[in-house]
Write a protein that binds this ligand. Structure first.
Ligand SMILES: [Cu+2]
Length: 78
């Protein structure tokens, strides 16, 4: 399973608050803009968000997935 979270984040992913035991970013210490929760293989989900200009990361926070590289940084400009 995977999930997709839109996170407002200026820090690099390697500096995110992180729980090594669960191998997940600590979402309560971050600023999520919305997410598509755990989705099974072959299934899809949708999410609509309004984003102000800034730095964001689209990421999966299933155990280990973030640090395996399952994210993409993007910038919203005016
Ligand atoms: Cu994943």
């Amino acid at each position: 399973m995977h999930e997709m979270i839109v996170m407002h984040a200026k820090l690099p992913v390697t500096s995110f608050p992180y729980n090594k035991a669960t191998q997940r970013a600590i979402e309560s210490k971050m600023h999520s803009m919305g997410e598509v929760s755990e989705t099974k293989p072959g299934k899809s989900g949708t999410l609509t968000v309004s984003l102000k200009a800034g730095n964001y990361v689209l990421m999966c926070n299933q155990p280990g997935h973030l640090m395996m590289g399952m994210y993409r940084k993007f910038v919203v400009t005016k």
